[in-house]
Design a protein around this ligand. Structure first.
Ligand code: MBD
Ligand code: FE
Length: 284
């Protein structure tokens, strides 16, 4: 037996009541959003004939998700973060703003307050000895392609096991390992030494993994490095780079890979490459 009650006037009236639309108090924008979301949910329950068992399974899953602190993890997994970025890109395009370095999603694992230095930083504390040394450098440019001394480059990534400091289930990483803030030097340059991160996987057995596997999907990301680029009077850029050659580069559970965010990687074994913190060396 299937019935549909969504269009009944008493149900439509009830949706307004639960959203507070019949009250003067409260936040009008919140009422508008909740009214729309609740209407879409009521309609889905009606149209898909969602059973009480299915509904309460969903409620229990939401409780598990929150208890695990994973709302910010399933969000990119369901493509919401990417969708929000696509909308920002469309707004920029409509305003004629060109972004030479594309934006991509922040992810849930940024931590504010990383140690700050000018020009150069070493990101890793040397405790992950499985990592291949990584050197990256560049120049921060403004919209007119002029170098930006003093621009802030925040960078963070995971270790060779796919664990981020502050979120490491083994508890084995010092705070702010592989997280630094670099202030671009007088020529707008930044440079860092770290180790090549590996890919990331959602925690095994977690509510996020449970949903993804019910969808027939994996919860893996290719190796990547996160960035915030900011300066007073300028929009902040949130982006990432991927490490060339990673097999998951076009199979990211968070849909963050974009053209222009896969820089060329050069492998070196010579003596110069060891002198990573020589700002005036061949990598500068
Ligand atoms: C990550 O490291 C990440 O960058 C994203 C987007 C989601 C989960 C883990
Ligand atoms: Fe990440």
């Amino acid at each position: 037996m299937t019935v549909k009650i969504f269009d009944r006037p008493d149900v439509q009236e009830f949706l307004k009541v639960v959203s507070g639309l019949d009250k003067a108090d409260g936040n009008p924008r919140m009422k508008e959003i909740i009214h729309r979301l609740m209407s879409d949910l009521f309609k889905a329950i009606d149209d898909l004939n969602i059973t009480p068992d299915e509904y309460w399974t969903g409620v229990a899953w939401l409780n598990d998700l929150g208890a695990a602190g994973q709302a910010g993890l399933i969000s990119p997994g369901l493509g919401l973060d990417h969708f929000i970025d696509e909308r920002l890109d469309a707004i920029d395009a409509a305003m004629g703003i060109d972004n030479p370095t594309p934006r991509t999603i922040e992810g849930p694992l940024y931590v504010a307050g990383a140690p700050e230095s000018t020009g150069f930083a070493r990101l890793d504390d040397g405790s992950d000895t499985d990592g291949q040394t990584l050197i990256m450098h560049g120049v921060v440019h403004d919209a007119d392609k002029k170098p930006m001394p003093g621009a802030k480059v925040e960078v963070w990534h995971c270790d060779t096991r796919g664990f981020y400091s502050h979120f490491d289930p083994t508890g084995k990483q010092a705070p702010f390992n592989m997280r630094r803030t670099i202030i671009a030097d007088e020529n707008g340059r930044y440079k860092f030494q770290s180790i090549l991160p590996s890919g990331y996987g959602v925690p095994p057995g977690s509510p996020t993994e449970h949903l993804l596997s019910a969808l027939g999907r994996h919860g893996q990301r290719p190796a990547h490095i996160h960035f915030f680029i900011s300066a007073p009077g300028h929009r902040k850029l949130t982006t990432q780079i991927n490490i060339e050659g990673d097999p998951l580069i076009n199979d990211d559970f968070a849909y963050a890979t974009r053209d222009g965010l896969v820089p060329r990687v050069v492998e070196r074994n010579d003596e110069e490459s060891i002198h990573a913190n020589n700002l005036n060396g061949p990598f500068a």
